[in-house]
Design a protein around this ligand. Structure first.
Ligand SMILES: C[S@@+](CC[C@H](N)C(=O)[O-])C[C@H]1O[C@@H](n2cnc3c(N)ncnc32)[C@H](O)[C@@H]1O
Length: 214
C-alpha cells in the first residue's frame, strides 16, 4: 500500500496580496528598509507570489545585483509577469518554478539575501524550505522570514500548514542562525536572521558556479 500523500501547499488569491490597502499599510520599501538587500547583492524571493516585492528588490540591488523569484504556483508566476509587463526591471528577474524545499537551480552559498515573506505558513515541508534557504545563503547572508500563526489546528491540512511560536523555534533551531535585526510580532512574525560568517564555504571546483546566472 502506498504512503498517504501529504496535504498540498497553499496558494493565495492575488487580490489578497496585490491590493492598495496592503501597499499602503505595508509597502515593500518599508518592509525591506531594515535588513533588505543593497547594491550588487544576489537575492532570492522565495514564494514570490504575484511579485509584490520584486520591483523593489530589483531596484535595491541595482544593475550589478541579481534577483531570482522562486514560486510553486504557475498562476502566481503568470500574475507576477502580468503585473510587471512593460517594466524594464522584469528583464533582470530569473524565474525558478518549483518548491522552496528544493531550489535545485540555485547553487549552495550563492545568495546574499533571501526573502521568505508569507511563505512558511503556506507550505507543508517547512523543514525542507528552511534547510534549502540556509543552503543557498552565503556565509554572512541574511534571510527575512515573515509568517502568521493564525491557522487553527483543525483538520489535517490546517495542522500541516500551521505555524506557531513553538514550531518556528524548532525550525529556527535547525541551523546556527544569528539575529540580524530585532524580531517583531507574535501572531504575525517578522524575523531577519544571518547565516554565521564563519560557516565553511562549499568546496572549490564544484560543477555549480557560486553565482546565480542571470
Ligand atoms: C502568502 S503568499 C506570499 C507571496 C509574496 N511573498 C507576498 O508577500 O506577496 C505565499 C506564496 O508562497 C507560495 N508557495 C506555497 N508553497 C510553496 C512552495 N513549496 N515553494 C514555493 N512557493 C510556495 C504560494 O503559492 C504563494 O504565492
Amino acid at each position: 500500500m502506498s504512503a498517504p500523500r501529504p496535504p498540498p501547499d497553499r496558494s493565495c488569491p492575488p487580490w489578497v496580496l496585490c491590493n492598495p490597502l496592503r501597499r499602503w499599510r505595508a509597502p515593500p520599501s518599508k518592509i525591506l528598509a531594515g535588513c533588505g538587500p543593497g547594491p550588487g547583492e544576489t537575492v532570492a524571493d522565495v514564494g514570490s507570489g504575484p511579485g509584490t516585492f520584486l520591483p523593489e528588490l530589483v531596484r535595491r540591488v541595482g544593475p550589478t545585483g541579481s534577483v531570482v523569484a522562486v514560486e510553486i504556483d504557475p498562476r502566481a508566476v503568470a500574475r507576477a509577469r502580468e503585473e510587471l509587463r512593460g517594466d524594464p526591471l522584469v528583464d533582470r528577474i530569473r524565474w525558478i518554478p518549483g518548491s522552496a524545499s528544493e531550489m535545485r537551480g540555485i547553487p549552495d552559498a550563492s545568495v546574499d539575501f533571501v526573502l521568505a515573506y508569507g511563505l512558511l505558513c503556506c507550505l507543508v515541508d517547512k523543514d525542507g524550505a528552511v534547510d534549502s534557504i540556509y543552503r543557498i545563503l552565503r556565509p554572512g547572508g541574511r534571510a527575512l522570514f515573515n509568517f502568521h500563526c493564525l491557522d487553527p489546528p483543525i483538520g489535517q491540512r490546517s495542522r500541516a500548514l500551521r505555524m506557531s511560536t513553538g514550531r518556528w523555534e524548532r525550525l529556527r533551531a535547525r541551523h546556527p542562525w544569528e539575529p540580524a535585526a530585532k524580531a517583531t510580532g507574535r501572531w504575525i512574525r517578522t524575523e531577519c536572521l544571518r547565516k554565521p560568517s564563519g560557516e565553511p564555504a562549499p568546496p572549490p571546483n564544484r560543477p555549480d558556479d557560486r553565482t546565480v546566472p542571470p
